[in-house]
Design a protein around this ligand. Structure first.
Ligand code: SF4
Length: 720
């Protein structure tokens, strides 16, 4: 058989039509040896799926209809996820950079090169000069292990994860308002709601199977309000669309709360008994008349009043939001301003009443709970809290003084590399070169590193810059747990073992820990032992998994935390009876004046530039850009532009346009659509190099969550 080009070769150099993609797997369609009940590897719905396995290869799938979240349904990514196995790009051996590029090497040499680099850099520049970046698609076990490895084996404060680009604004706001960072309700509550606000959440493309829950609510008579600068697919379900100007969300939320007050639609009894801080917020939003908010946000006063009426008059209601309001330099303020609407009307803690953030990544919830964030220790503990530090150091058996303090966040780590303060980086399942805003700067920063090590299963764009690549595992090659967007911890089963000479990720981390002289802390024989340690250390912590076991998770189709004892049923719905997680059991209101985005439109850059996902791609595309059928659905980024703006620029559908911001420019085909504001353009972010939307985005950070402002900056568009 002729040698086929790898998909990496095709994708990295090809900006034209994609060559035909032959069937890669001769086992496709054959009778499997076994069916493995596990979960999709992509978004935070974590749909149940049965993988068909033959000869240690995944050859297809069957629906898993008993799993309650998706009941057998899957989106295009879930249907095609099995194709990533046996891909010619799969890394089968560790790679080491030689004079002429990468060469395959032994594990011994790869580990030796990595640990020597760590030791040399740390002895020359200090412990914190070596950083670690993890991922929120990884299991809870790996998230826990990443944190332990960074703190004990590396002794660095500088560990963070790619959820910093994703859920952290919601997480910070949840802690501030409710005292806990988790969705308030199981998704089974959604169909019970009679009103839904979907703010900045493209559910149909980013969390596709949750669409079914929204439709069931609609079929039960719910009124649906969608707030977005684009009419995304879920907008077709809406009764009311509020097409907010990018970056104006807090003003709009203040305006809706103002209208609720004027229309006497608040639950004053709930506010008095279960919350604090409302008086100040009431005073603040007095100025946010719908007339004024119309001017700021571009949403008509009539629509603002209508939204308040729909929400306020409904007997039950839920608010769901996502990156659309979170990816801002005021992401935390935006989320808290929306939470004020929920608290002010007392619509929380009851069936069909509540709140949730749509997590972006497969383990977006669990990935942020077990200690791989720069400010966090296992069990959702605070790294700056003396009691929490003591508990963790005692459990680990190290002096508290040896536990590093708070380090830098993901974007700050890249900035510190650029500034020459961080000299070495180990990255696992994170592709910062594609994911972090202002990617031209990211590339220059990575080139300054004295050592870059990557643990991954495909050669991501970041891994292409590495000195050592450690061939890790795909989700189906390992086992463990993840926690989906509603807070349900579920069990992932190992379907196959890693091919060739690749290893499971947890083993690689443990091997490195042992080679760095910390054998006794990384003496795990399987993920089950890591989970036992994770659940044990979480006892009595803010995030308590201590009543969970693999057996229970399988038998009960997942468990919601808090789950503090083996007999505890878990906690699907939080805040019942108006009991919140602050010491006084009350929720807190926080009010904020509207402030403009870090970079607003002006005469030179008159259009808003915003980014997001498409249904057939996932994150930086490392996996989905290698799945031919998904590539065929959306082969390259397009620039959504309104017909009015297109006509002004003399641009027609599919014509190339140049999109320019203060950081870079890209040429992309126009997609002329009526479903976007005329003052806004949208480009999805799943591609690399000259196709990367993040060449253009702004790395300005939210002061609390340190999330970058992916969702708004200023651009101009030119006809090419
Ligand atoms: Fe389900 Fe999300 Fe996977 Fe689609 S991508 S099948 S919605 S888990």
């Amino acid at each position: 058989m002729a040698t086929l080009p790898t998909t990496a070769e095709i994708l990295l150099k090809d900006f034209g039509p994609r060559p035909a993609y032959p069937a890669l797997d001769p086992l496709y369609g054959q009778t499997p040896d076994k069916l493995v009940k596990t979960h999709c590897c992509f978004c935070g719905v974590q749909c149940g799926i049965q993988l068909k396995v033959k000869n240690n290869q995944v050859i297809g799938f069957e629906p898993w209809e008993e799993f309650p979240v998706n009941k057998g349904k899957l989106c295009p990514k879930g249907i095609k996820r099995y194709v990533q196995n046996n891909h010619p790009d799969r890394l089968l051996h560790p790679l080491i950079r030689g004079e002429h590029g990468f060469v395959e090497t032994s594990w011994d040499k790869a580990y030796e090169r990595t640990t020597t680099a760590i030791q040399e850099i740390q002895s020359k520049y200090g412990k914190d000069a070596f950083a670690f970046l993890g991922g929120a698609s990884m299991t809870n076990e790996k998230a826990y292990l990443n944190g332990k490895f960074a703190r004990i084996a590396l002794g660095t404060a500088n560990i963070d994860y790619n959820g910093r680009l994703c859920m952290v604004s919601a997480g910070a706001a949840n802690k501030m308002a409710f005292g806990v960072d988790r969705a308030a309700n199981p998704w089974s509550d959604i169909p019970l709601a009679k009103a839904l606000i979907l703010a900045g959440t493209n559910i149909g493309e980013c969390f596709p199977i949750l669409t079914d829950y929204i439709w069931r609510a609609r079929d039960n008579g719910a009124k649906i309000i969608v707030i977005d600068p684009r009419i995304t697919p879920i907008g077709r379900t809406a009764d009311l669309i509020l097409p907010v100007k990018p970056g104006r969300d807090s003003a709009l939320a203040n305006g809706i709360l103002h209208a609720l007050i004027k229309e006497d639609l608040l639950d004053r009894d709930f506010i008095a008994r279960h919350t604090t801080g409302f008086d100040k917020v009431e005073e603040l939003v007095e100025n946010y008349t719908p007339e004024k908010v119309e001017e700021i946000s571009g949403v008509s006063r009539k629509s603002i009043y209508r939204a308040a009426e729909i929400w306020g008059e409904a007997p039950t209601a839920m608010l769901l939001h996502a990156r659309g309001i979170e990816h801002h330099t005021k992401g935390v303020e935006n989320v808290l301003s929306y939470i004020n609407i929920v608290l002010g009307t007392g619509k929380i803690g009851r069936p069909g009443c509540g709140y949730g953030t749509i997590t972006g990544q497969g383990n977006g919830q669990g990935g942020r709970e077990h200690g791989q964030r720069c400010n966090q220790l296992p069990g959702g503990r605070d790294i700056n809290h003396p009691g929490h530090r003591q508990e963790v150091s005692e459990y680990w058996g190290i002096p508290e003084a040896e536990l590093p303090g708070q380090g830098l966040t993901a974007c700050e780590i890249i900035d510190a590399i650029e500034a020459g303060k961080i000299k070495g980086l180990l990255s696992i399942s994170f592709n910062p070169l594609v994911s972090i805003p202002d990617s031209n700067r990211t590339k220059k920063a990575l080139d300054k590193l004295e050592f870059l090590g990557c643990i991954d299963f495909f050669l991501s764009e970041t891994a292409q810059h590495a000195d050592v690549v450690l061939a890790g595992s795909l989700q189906e090659e390992d086992e463990g747990t993840v926690t989906n967007g509603e807070g349900r911890c579920i069990r992932l089963k190992q379907s196959i073992t890693p091919p060739g000479n690749a290893k499971v990720d947890w083993q690689i981390i443990c091997d490195l820990g042992k080679r760095l002289g910390k054998e006794k802390y990384f003496d795990f024989k399987n993920p089950g032992e890591i989970f036992t340690e994770l659940t044990g250390i979480s006892a009595n912590a803010p995030v308590d998994y201590s009543g969970m076991s693999y057996e229970r998770l399988e038998k009960e189709m997942g468990l919601f935390w808090p789950c503090p004892s083996p007999n505890h049923p878990g906690t699907p719905r939080l805040f019942e009876g108006g009991k919140f997680f602050h010491p006084d059991q009350k929720a807190k209101f926080f009010g904020y004046e509207y402030r403009a985005p870090a970079e607003d439109v002006d005469a030179d850059y008159p259009l808003f530039f915003t980014t997001g996902r498409v249904v057939s791609q996932y994150l930086s595309g490392t996996q989905t850009r290698r799945i031919g059928e998904l590539v065929d659905q959306y082969p390259e980024p397009l620039c959504e532009i309104h017909p009015l703006m297109a006509a002004k620029l003399g641009v027609k559908d599919k014509m190339p346009v140049r999109v320019i911001t203060r950081r870079g420019e890209m040429v992309v085909p126009a997609q002329v659509v009526t479903t976007i504001r005329p003052d806004t353009v949208f480009v999805p972010y799943h591609w690399a190099g000259k196709k990367a939307a993040n060449q253009l985005t702004n790395r300005a950070l939210d002061p609390i969550s340190k999330i970058p402002e992916f969702k708004v900056c200023a651009c101009r568009v030119e006809k090419v």
